[in-house]
Design a protein around this ligand. Structure first.
Ligand code: PBG
Length: 326
């Protein structure tokens, strides 16, 4: 057979492990990971979330122990969520001095002051209707919600949070939270905005975990339509103008094009949130022996980084940290 004269021998750079490692463009590091943790009331509680094997509700005392393990694994930052004792229409525990997140922040900082503590700011877990804002007559009200979000952010900063991460998707929340933090003297506390957050089915297991499923309707009037990409850029532009310091894309796997577009259009750090449903699908398949969990997770996380993520929020962080070390 007559071979064509000049074709590329791309396999040359794949011939040995040594050469492959020389030309590898993307390398995962433990400092790329942000580890989400759920704090709950009580004592001695470490309760596994049914739909998220390996993810737990921790009471503050058990959270302290977990923080030691997380720190030993080399993880540098955690994202805290709270499971409140009581829910009310004003989401009071979201901004209570002794709220579950506020207590958790203080405890984590006591255990390891060097660990960067990010707090999720939202109301959905703190009220009986499970929506991310104030509800009146079945409507999720935008502007009245902003004040409560700012109050929540300030209370987190007062407890010692290093970074504030609003996930509610109300319009104007970054401006409101920035103004609130500044007025309270927290000029240097950055905002990690869940800028591009889609109304996604991939949050299902999280809503079990946070007891935050909406009691009526859905989140489609505030979270984005999965079909839209241009709107993602509008959300990001708005957040940058309002003072966001980080931009986030959530979920991650089905939205890698959006991660790439944000990376190409903005100079802010880009975070991707590898959400609960993405985690649970891999866990379930791995438990059935259908996929090699370690290899599939490291491939996924590498893909998210290659797509343009500077940091990845992932429930696999602790395991991935161990795999990278091994
Ligand atoms: C709260 C919030 C949610 C998640 C993070 N913050 C749930 C939602 O919007 O319904 C989802 C995280 C995950 O699925 O891992 N607004």
């Amino acid at each position: 057979m007559q071979l064509p004269k000049d074709f590329q021998r791309l396999r040359r750079l794949r011939r040995t492990a040594g050469v492959r490692s020389m030309v590898r463009e993307t390398e995962l590091n433990v400092q790329d990971f942000i580890y989400p943790l759920f704090a709950a009331h009580g004592k001695g509680v470490k309760e596994e979330i049914g739909s998220m094997p390996g993810v737990y509700h921790f009471s503050i005392d058990r959270l302290r122990r977990e923080i030691q393990e997380v720190s030993e694994a080399g993880i540098r930052s955690v994202l805290l969520f709270g499971v409140p004792a009581e829910k009310d229409d004003l989401s009071s525990e979201a901004y209570a001095q002794e709220g579950i997140v506020q207590q958790a922040v203080r405890a984590v900082k006591e255990e390891n002051p060097d660990l960067t503590v990010i707090t999720d700011v939202c109301l959905c877990a703190y009220n009986p209707h499970g929506h991310c804002g104030i509800v009146r007559e079945g409507q999720i009200l935008n502007d009245p919600t902003l004040e409560l979000l700012a109050k929540t952010a300030i209370s987190h900063a007062q407890a010692g949070a290093d970074i504030i991460a609003p996930s509610d998707m109300m319009d104007g929340r970054i401006a409101a939270i920035r103004a609130g933090l500044d007025q309270a003297g927290f000029l240097d506390i950055p905002i990690m905005s869940y800028s591009v957050k889609y109304a996604s089915s991939f949050y299902g297991p999280f809503r079990d975990a946070a007891h935050s499923a909406p009691a009526f309707g859905d989140r489609k009037t505030y979270q984005m339509d999965p079909a839209n990409a241009r709107e993602a850029l509008r959300e990001a532009v708005a957040d940058v103008e309002e003072g966001a310091d980080f931009l986030m894309v959530k979920p991650a796997m089905a939205y890698m094009d959006i991660i790439r577009q944000l990376r190409d259009n903005f100079d802010l750090p880009i975070i991707s949130y590898n959400v609960s449903g993405e985690y649970s699908m891999i866990k379930a398949a791995a438990q059935n022996g259908w996929v090699d969990e370690q290899r599939i997770v490291l491939e996924l996380l590498t893909g998210l980084k290659r797509a343009g993520s500077d940091l990845i929020i992932t429930y696999h962080a602790k395991e991935a940290a161990e795999w990278l070390r091994g």
